[in-house]
Design a binder for this molecule. Sequence first.
Ligand SMILES: O=C(O)C1=C[C@@H](OP(=O)(O)O)[C@@H](O)[C@H](O)C1
Ligand SMILES: C=C(OP(=O)(O)O)C(=O)O
Length: 420
Amino acid sequence: MAMGINGIITVPGDKSISHRSIIFGAMSNGVTTVNNFLNSADCQTTIKAFQAMGVKIEKHENQVVIHGNGHLSKPINTLNMGNSGTTTRLIMGLLSSQPFKANLVGDESLSRRPMSRVAEPLRLMNADIQTSETGTLPVDVNGKQLNGINYELPIPSAQVKSAIILAALNAKNKTTIIEPTLSRDHTERMLKLFSPKSIQKIDNSIIITPHCDIKAQTLIVPGDISSAAFWMVAATIIPNSNLIIKSVGLNPTRMGLVKVMQRMGANIQIINFKDTVEPTADLVVKSAQLNPISLNKEEVPALIDEAPLLALLAARADGISELHYLKELRFKESDRIKTVVEEFKKLGINIKELDDGFLIHGNRNWQLQNSHLDSHNDHRIAMTLKIASQLFNSDIFIENADCVDISYPNFFQDLKSLRS
Ligand SMILES: O=C(O)C1=C[C@@H](OP(=O)(O)O)[C@@H](O)[C@H](O)C1
Ligand SMILES: C=C(OP(=O)(O)O)C(=O)O
């Protein structure tokens, strides 16, 4: 019998929540302690940016201690955002109201990604932001007194929403953000904890009251569901698997993949659910045969980072899956529609590029076409390809696979321990 994925695994802390814990810790007055912080390249970028703005931050393995003093100082040098879209966009919001000017740069991938989606609403608040001519990095932010706005989000982006929230906390008057489609709400949850008077939610509106107290906190970051997703998919598609994934963050705005997988016929049980500021649970996943799938527009934001994995699941489900509403994938670390199609074809998967997603003819008997795969320097593509390659007996090489450092530095060690 072929060897499945068996055992118990704990995934590292959530990337989105780790970034935000540094930001709110730095904005508060007092000592914030963050446990189970994600020690990855992107989160390190956020730590370094705040250290460069005069915030004392200490790191002891997975614990981070932030000594907030309620203000930021002008950075001496350009702030390097590395590969991290979340750091860049959230910091743009925060810097808009600071009494200094700062410049942001990033790596090649980040320098291709759109920043106007954040600059435009911030300018409506009176922010002074210069992007490149094409709306990308490098970006200059010259802090100004901001006004509150009423703003309806044109795209369901948590980064855009969070940038406006962070700017609004320091504006002259209240801000209302209307969210037609819900995106991840970690900023709202964390703000409610650090500063309950700052935020009010009424239906799909978020109302921010500026200049309320922000109090230091002690936090535990839940396991990252976007990292757990690799093991959920591996255990589902690799026969004879039975895996427990411990303490995974199950925020409803992040659980899209679990729900869609259950609809496809996956065997996932949620146990030990704990309803805290960020809910957590253990997941029990067993191998299953899957049905093809289609997506609703509203469920996409809750699985956007897991879309390459969803394409892999569809490739294993006999029948046609037409996956739409995924245009945002074109603006990630790589154009994930293009890179998934290019690399999946090498695996022998029948997949076509759509303007906003994928057309996949699922069939479990792929014939490997080319064993030299490319991560395109995109951590989620590297890990998706590594999981797919577990289905083959031949050796498969993935170019630049060490980019997994961005969100899951121990990914390969964890895979090895599950396979031994
Ligand atoms: O706010 C966040 O932490 C994130 C929001 C999402 O991006 P968008 O806001 O561009 O949808 C997601 O893809 C990214 O990995 C992390
Ligand atoms: C898109 C991602 O992150 P970011 O936007 O922060 O670079 C991701 O982690 O998949």
